[in-house]
Design a protein around this ligand. Sequence first.
Ligand code: FAD
Length: 408
Amino acid sequence: MKIAVIGGGAAGMFASAFASTKQGVQVDLFEKNEKLGKKIYITGKGRCNFTNVCDVKTFCENVVSNPKFVYGSLYKFTPNDVLNFFENNGLKYKVERGNRAFPLSDKASDVTKTLERVLNKNGVNIHLNTPVLSVEYQDNGVLLTTMSDIIHFDKVIIATGGLSYPTTGSTGDGHKWAKKLGLNTIDCVASLCELKTKQNFSSLAGISLKNVTLSAKLPKVKKQVELFGEMLFTHQGISGPIVLSMSAKVNRCHFPLDMNLDLKPALTDEQLNQRLLRDFSANSNKDIINYLPELLPSGMCKTVAKVAKIEENKKIHQITAVERQRLINALKQFPITVTGLADIEQAIVTAGGIDVKEINPATMQCKKFPNVYFAGEILDVDAMTGGFNLQIAFATGRLAGLSALETD
Ligand SMILES: Cc1cc2nc3c(=O)[nH]c(=O)nc-3n(C[C@H](O)[C@H](O)[C@H](O)COP(=O)(O)OP(=O)(O)OC[C@H]3O[C@@H](n4cnc5c(N)ncnc54)[C@H](O)[C@@H]3O)c2cc1C
């Protein structure tokens, strides 16, 4: 049997590694780049957070689109199985805060090297610099067209990735082939990305905030999302961990979308009022602008005073109760209007892709075209940050590889 795998990213490498575990099966991996796993090199800021060591139920709570679809593949190949896989193949790892697993060396390249070693050991034919131009379905298999050949395979696993960071090779080729085959695809949008804002935060760009809460009301589902943690202002809007997570929750919403930033989530309005009353009487002759750094990063004070409509040089003893209330509102409900998502090219993952209804979750096989399998980010599955997306690519890739080995 001859199996083709298109895409030498996380999913395609795992698919190849497992499809090549049976004697007499030839596996050919096609990668358009000059090397395998180009995206892996930039994951986890070059350290590659390759899984999240939690149970499958907790894992699925971090999957944003179609958690039920990936449950089976994850159950068959859990985060612990991924750790064992890498350890057995010579990669030492460590688990950090939030159950995030990294190579002990802190080098993403070691993850790719480990996978390459497995592929070579298993005798996978790796074709670098070989973009697949088209995939044609036939009753007895598939025809793949490259620049130089038209090759027949019994089965094909398509793992060409999403649309994010196209310079790593994920330019949506697989989506085009799927559409041509008549498969349904879900519109792709950015996820885990910066949010653009109506307010111009250029003067705040670079300021990062810790222990704040960003909240939004999702009109469609009438649900309030509240995320606590770190964020930062950018020239275009807002970014940082809780903003990336927020993007995954709001990327199907209509914009503009109003959000609130609570800069003092540990205090209720009344507790903050009491604190201000105490501080104001102790600092009554100060200008308000010289007091605010006790509450906020100094770069943010002018903006907060402006939002509270208090003149920055006003003496504290002149501040009225109404102004104090406005300051509380500015601190507890700092308004942010999100006008859209960052471009998909700059998103960490793509939400949308091949409609999972087209795929059998037990095998990753296409229901309409049984010789075709899909794995990884090309599917309409995306998850939060923390190693979840790579684990999904590994688990769906492995399942596609093993299922393709079975003769129907
Ligand atoms: C900056 C950044 C940081 C990230 N950090 C993390 C992290 O720390 N942890 C985590 O879990 N996830 C992280 N992710 C997400 C994760 O990297 C992806 O979800 C995952 O790599 C997807 O794997 P994939 O194999 O499905 O797709 P890809 O990795 O995109 O691989 C697809 C491959 O297919 C090839 N290809 C495409 N078309 C063709 C064609 N026509 N012919 C031949 N080859 C083709 C491409 O060149 C590419 O190599 C990060 C993503 C980004 C962008």
